[in-house]
Design a protein around this ligand. Structure first.
Ligand SMILES: CC(C)(COP(=O)(O)OP(=O)(O)OC[C@H]1O[C@@H](n2cnc3c(N)ncnc32)[C@H](O)[C@@H]1OP(=O)(O)O)[C@@H](O)C(=O)NCCC(=O)NCCS
Length: 215
């Protein structure tokens, strides 16, 4: 089972409410979050961590705390004492934050708000065939973002991030890199956002749930 939890960041947040939210996290996280410039970026980090704590409960791991997280040399968060073989990944864009978690498999998740972009800026990320597919599509912007978020979900599952996106091509919902096959699944989060999940197992059930973070 893959559990995907997502939430929406409030448009405005008073300093008092911000402090209440921040205090739901251990003090060790506060400096890192306070360093972000805008309220949206700060809240996206807080909500991501709150979703992560909730995800661990949902997957049945009760003894998880945020100090168990380490980062790879590429900045990918992972659990340093991973007796439960859990993998998770977080993504934020615009007003949304998504967190995916599973046991025994690797995964990556990406969400992007589909704001208009110059398609030529993506010629280094999409293959000529993919770019052609985008241009022929009924909704080219949606198609472009599908390729982008699909590839970024694989790049995040792999852990090396955007540097490998140019080496990925997506064919019938799968992508290959370094001998590993990744299966892509589109997540229906919001009509103005594109979101994809990449996993090494095609048969896992995916449960997607909106969580209202009350503050
Ligand atoms: C990972 C990456 C693709 C994220 O891009 P993005 O669209 O801006 O961000 P998203 O919102 O989708 O994802 C951010 C989240 O992904 C996770 N993340 C960070 N680095 C990651 C990586 N290399 N692989 C997978 N997930 C990663 C984090 O949980 C982060 O959220 P948090 O900071 O709140 O914990 C991009 O930052 C990247 O390519 N990083 C690797 C770059 C690198 O080599 N860094 C080395 C120095 S640390």
């Amino acid at each position: 089972m893959i559990i995907v939890l997502y939430t929406r960041i409030p448009e405005a947040c008073s300093v008092d409410k911000y402090n209440l939210l921040l205090n739901r996290l251990p003090t060790g996280c506060h400096d890192q979050i306070n360093r972000f410039r805008t309220m949206n970026l700060k809240l996206s980090r807080i909500f991501g961590k709150i979703l992560l704590l909730e995800s661990f409960k949902r997957i049945g791991v009760r003894d998880f705390n945020l100090s168990q997280i380490s980062l790879t040399k590429y900045g990918r968060p992972y659990i340093n004492s991973n007796a439960h073989e859990v993998d998770f990944n977080i993504s934020h864009s615009g007003e949304f934050v998504v967190c995916a978690i599973t046991k025994n498999f690797n995964l990556g998740v990406d969400i992007e708000e589909m704001v208009p972009v110059d398609f030529s800026d993506f010629s280094h990320i999409l293959t000529p065939e993919e770019m052609n597919d985008v241009q022929k599509a009924e909704y080219p912007l949606h198609k472009l973002y599908s390729y982008w978020t699909g590839k970024e979900s694989v790049a995040k599952a792999d852990g090396r991030g955007v540097s490998i996106m140019k080496d990925l091509s997506i064919n019938q919902g799968t992508a290959h890199i370094n001998g590993c096959q990744w299966y892509l699944k589109e997540l229906d989060i919001h009509s103005c956002y594109s979101s994809f999940l990449a996993t090494t197992d095609n048969t896992l059930q995916v449960s997607v749930e909106y969580i209202d973070i009350v503050y």
